[in-house]
Unconditional design. Structure first.
Length: 463
């Protein structure tokens, strides 16, 4: 029997995995046969982590197991890929059975109109270069709770209508009242023209139709004087709008105007830029810019993650949760930043800067161990960045946000993919190193060895 393989670059959460499985069952003729306390267990055999997580407490009738692996995208990557097959997917294989690609966000319309809709828009365009027939989903996992009776912003309606036009299934947001796909190019242009314009000094996104071209104005440079392509919400918006224009039948030129991008920046990219990839895929060009003659997309859409520091701190996080520890906060490298969770379950969106405008240090994971009444403040680093991790932990000012009164235990989590971890750690670290991923090629440690140097109640049991 096939397995369901879920590949993700995020720390997998039981609630989100359940939503994905419910979506799978609805659209692919399966049914849930077990749904009790859902837990996600790392595969550790004889002390060795196999880089696979298995979902417990949740099962479907047409798959033997639900398995999860951590991956990274090589450019604009949708957060979850779901394969249905016996063996794990192979990087770059055209024979794997990818059935679902899911983008997930916890950002509501109340928090950010652009981030929730536009910023992720280019991902749905980019994936088509690699997987043309996969079913696409936008999952709104609004942890803070949405106000269902409040009319969404025009930006939210416009962006969501584009996603619907592109065939994206919206989950977690009621689309029956305010949203519908665009039926024609003129309807798309008319809707955008009626939207409120941004404040003076900003470049409004305006769609203008001519006999031989469609022009879309929108700033891509951030900051303006940089002349780069760095305005993520507008990158997504212009990609979505252009894809929708193509979907509605336009075959002539699409020109991006008032972008503020400089020719020297384009020349220096040599075509290696996610927006230039989109331009190549959709036949778009930047006004008054000589576009690269050759744009070559990355050979792989995704690859198994084997180098990032997050591999170790996600592993520790998952083990700790499996054994009953409480997640206060998470900020894993390359993942969406989480909310701060108080002891009563209240969620707080943390500021990025303090009252003086100084960047706040945000650790990778904060856990609460009920058994020992300790707060565990965790930072993950590759061994090559050991001293940086120690400095960051020593300078933390994170605890004023917590309402849990408990001693704090500082943990430094080491990911090592080469070199002798024992030699490097000897006498260097004033904090506790709890876990590492070793490499047999250049040290006595075996590959993916899960080591424990410090015992701490629930955490010791987890390891």
């Amino acid at each position: 029997m096939d397995n369901l393989w879920i590949l993700t670059e995020e720390r997998p959460k039981p609630s989100v995995i359940l939503q994905i499985i419910e979506m799978y069952c609805k659209d692919f003729g399966d049914r849930i046969i077990k749904n009790k306390e859902i837990k996600i267990k790392p595969h550790i055999q004889n002390g060795y982590f196999k880089f696979v997580y298995e979902v417990e407490g949740l099962a479907v009738s047409k798959a033997a197991k639900i398995l999860i692996k951590i991956v990274s995208g090589n450019s604009s990557f949708l957060v979850f890929l779901v394969f249905k097959q016996v063996n794990e997917p192979t990087e770059g294989s055209k024979n794997d059975n990818l059935i679902m690609a899911v983008e997930e966000t916890k950002t509501s319309d109340d928090e950010s109109r652009n981030t929730g809709v536009y910023q992720r828009g280019s991902k749905f365009v980019y994936i088509k270069a690699y997987y043309k027939n996969v079913k696409l989903y936008m999952l709104y996992n609004e942890e803070l709770g949405a106000r269902e009776n409040k009319k969404p912003s025009d930006t939210s309606i416009f962006g969501t209508n584009i996603l619907l036009t592109l065939g994206v299934t919206i989950v977690g947001k009621d689309t029956s009242k305010w949203f519908k796909p665009f039926k024609s190019l003129d309807e798309l242009i008319s809707f955008k023209a009626q939207m409120r314009k941004p404040p003076n000094g900003n470049v409004p996104i305006v769609i203008s139709k001519f006999q031989d071209r469609i022009e879309i104005s929108g700033r891509l440079a951030k900051p303006v004087e940089a002349g780069n392509i760095g305005h993520d919400p507008n990158i997504g918006a212009l990609a979505m709008i252009s894809a929708c224009i193509r979907k509605l039948g336009w075959e002539k030129d699409i020109v991006i105007t008032e972008h503020k991008v400089k020719q020297i920046y384009i020349n220096n990219t040599k075509g290696k830029n996610k927006f230039l990839y989109i331009c190549s895929l959709l036949g778009m060009r930047l006004d008054k810019i000589t576009m690269p003659q050759k744009v070559t997309l990355p050979g792989l859409y995704w690859h198994y993650e084997k180098k990032s520091e997050k591999m170790a701190d996600i592993l520790l996080h998952m083990q700790a949760m499996y054994h009953g520890m409480y997640t206060v906060y998470e900020n894993h490298a390359g993942c969406e930043r989480g909310y701060f969770r108080t002891k009563t379950g209240k969620l707080i969106a943390l500021p990025k800067k303090d009252q003086n405008g100084v960047n706040l240090y945000l650790p990778d994971v904060v856990l609460y161990d009920e058994a020992t009444k300790h707060i565990l403040l965790i930072e993950g680093k590759k061994l090559s960045n050991l001293q940086q991790g120690i400095a960051e932990l020593n300078g933390v000012e994170f605890l004023p946000y917590t309402d849990i009164s408990a001693p704090v235990f500082f943990l430094l989590i080491i990911s090592e993919y080469g070199g002798s971890i024992k030699r490097r750690l000897m006498g260097e670290s004033p904090v506790n190193c709890l876990i590492f991923l070793g490499s047999a090629s250049s040290s006595k440690e075996s590959p993916h060895k899960v080591g424990k140097i410090q015992r701490l109640s629930s955490l010791a049991a987890a390891l």
